[in-house]
Structure formats: C-alpha cells, structure tokens
Design a protein. Sequence first.
Length: 275
Amino acid sequence: METSTRTKTLSLPPFDKYFYYFESVQSPAEDARFLEEVYVKARGRVPLVFREDFCGTFANCCEWVKRSPRHVAHGVDLDPEPLAYGSEHYLTKLSPKQQERIHLHKSNVLGNKLPMADVICAQNFSYFIFKDRVTLKKYFKNCLRTLNKDGVFLLDCFGGPKCQEPNEEVSEQGDEPNIFDYYWDQDTFDPLTHEGMFYIHFKRKGEKKREKVFAYDWRLWTLPELKDILLEVGFTKVDILWEGSTEDGEGDGNFVPVERGEDCDAWVAYLAAYK
C-alpha cells in the first residue's frame, strides 16, 4: 500500500508586540541584579523595596520579587494596556507569595501619592517624554521625595553623534522558528530642541515588515543636563556609569562610574543619583 508523506510547516504564533519588545530590548534578570549591585556598593546593604517608573508590563518588578522573600516591588504606569498584559503574562508565572509582593499603580509619575522605595528606576529612556526642564525637574524632585533614607535613583540615557541624525538599525533576534528582525528607527532630529521621533518596527520571517509598532516622541537630554538637574533638586551625588567595551569595540554590559567618557558614535550610560 502506498503511503503519502506530508511536510509539516511550522506556523508562527499570533503577533504579540509586547513579546517581541521583551525579546528585543529587555533583560529583567540582569537589570534587577545590576540595580541591586549599584545600591549595595554605595550603601553596604541590600535594598528591599523597588519602584519601576514607566513600568509598562512591569517585567523588572517580577524579577525583583524573585530575589528573596523580603523583596517588594511597585510598578507605576499610566497606560492600562501594558499593565493588563503584564498581569496576564508575567504575574501569573510567579508564586502566590511573590505575587503578593508586587503592587501596581495606574498613576502619573508626577503625582503626589507615589510609593516610597529604596531604589527607583526609569529605564528605556522613558523620561525623555518630558521635553521641558520644569517638568523633568518636577519628576526628579518627586523621585527624591519618595526615596527612603539612603535611596538611589537610576536612569539610563543614550547619545552620541549618530543619535543626532536620522538613521535606522536592524538586528536579528529570537530562535527558530520565531526568528525576527528588530528595527530601531530614528526618524527625525531637531538640533535646536533635541527633539526627535523614534520607532520600533518588527519583521517576522515570511511576513511584511510591521511599521511603527512602538512610537516615541522624545527630547534627547544630555548627561551634563541630567546631572545638573539631579543635583539642583537635592541629590547629594550623581555618578555616571559608563559601559565597558569588548575587543571588537562592542558594549560589554558592565557599567562603572567614570569621570570621562569615550568619544563614541553612539553610547548608552546610566546615571545613579544618591539621596
């Protein structure tokens, strides 16, 4: 009897923008470890209460509470969509005890009723949405006010000549069968205001490029501006943590305090502001 064979085609799952964002730009386990290490080096003890401003799907909060039964996390965001996504996809993967130690706040980071924390972070350049000095200063004051004694505020920043002109970078991400292209698109840059439009696009194998899945209307703040404002609002000290380089000239993921930076086409750094 003759038998027929069928070739199995692996179909891709439905497109999930938050999944692809996570796979492309987030490393919550490494971030939680880094934030804790910065605090421990400065204060000599382990921080327990963490607040993730502009938290989105609050993946960092979920990693934070895994660090010990005493670690507590607060996520603050105005957008209910990513908060709901994180609740469905990330929170449910934690144990009941871990879930109890995560507190979500659908709130404005400029508001008066934010939770106190040992460590506050604003990552993925989210505070770039504040385009004027008055508003940014108000946010930094709010962070200082809501830090516990010896608290630390950490925020990332990017810059360099390449970031002051339109350009698009693409990188391959993921694993078989879900390999995809991630595009970081700097569409505009205004040298008078340092404002620009940025987009994230994705393209899965065999599909058309999905344009403008995420869009960001930002002002690119510089490190000296940020450091000056942080000191003005009352932080006692601000360290700029610069990323080391591999032999190929790529970033090695290790951020250390420096007094002078390198002349790079593009860079990512952190600022650590101490109460």
